[in-house]
Design a protein around this ligand. Sequence first.
Ligand code: FES
Ligand SMILES: [Fe+2]
Length: 355
Amino acid sequence: MQELIQNKDTTLDYILPKNVRKLGINPNHWYVLARSNEVTNKPISITIWRQNIAIYRDNSGNIHALEDRCPHRQVKLSHGQVINDKLECAYHGWQFNSKGECAEVPYLADHQKLPSCKIRQYPIKEQDGFIWLYPGNETPKIEPMGLPEWDHLNYIATVSVINTKAHYSYLIENLMDMYHGHLHQDLQAWAEASLQNIEEDDHSVHAHYTAQSYYKIDKIWSISQLFFPALRRLHPEPLDVSYVYPHWVSSLGKDFKIYCLLCPINETETKAYLIHFTSLNAFWRLHKLPIWFRKWIKNSLFGAAQKLLDGLVIQDVKMIEEEQQAFLNNPEIKNYELNKALVSVQKLMKKQERI
Ligand code: FES
Ligand SMILES: [Fe+2]
């Protein structure tokens, strides 16, 4: 691919088809709807690709997901409450079990039977600190992507939420195009990205860049680089970014791993969780300390990169939303693209939507 990039005329403008901004999603994947700690026994409503879903915990702490619609009068079930592990509608008090069947009507007369109405129940899993939902109609044949670093004692996590009024393709393209480090100059994340090669298949696009990183986590006090820009020194590191449909994952050298877990809401709105992990793998002395102490370090440093991550999100969201607005105002205007990773990404989005 290196060869391909060098041989082709890189000044050639690749005109991207616009209809990618209208693409639907492939529902036969696990999407991330919430963080674990956002779901309690008080139901919440979350929308994934125009489907409203009520999510709640039962008394045993298990998570359930039902269509957020009372079949009696079509109001949202998430306005209600959980009573004896059933979801009770706020309006007339009908109750629904976790299979979505009507299980109780408070004013049912002696001669009346329970209505046979049923709402949709969604496959849902709680894994690695997040709630994963499968909106497809078939029984899932795949597992959620997962975040192996979430519970690993050698990784410190920071989470930032992305809420953007833009189609998910703009977010994925932003994350796959490392040439946009230009935008983040004051936040000093990475510099001098150069695309080396791309690997792609029906499910993923892996783009390998070389870059300069501002951070090196090789001393225990290196974490302070996250807070003090003066301590940062540019040095070369591989920068790998992957679109593993429908999510994104990247690594900058051995010290950082970042995930973006998506919940596309509709054609012009996307929610996502950005999870940044700083690795403590380099500190072998730390690994010999008692587990409770390592857990304490991991928990105390949770959110260490919050300022950096939130700052990056604000800058990215501004650009992404402007792109979306420009498209809505004038869908006929063509973009010019030089990064071949983005051409691959668009191909994958289209392919997945058709599956
Ligand atoms: S609308 Fe839900 S119980 Fe009547
Ligand atoms: Fe960015």
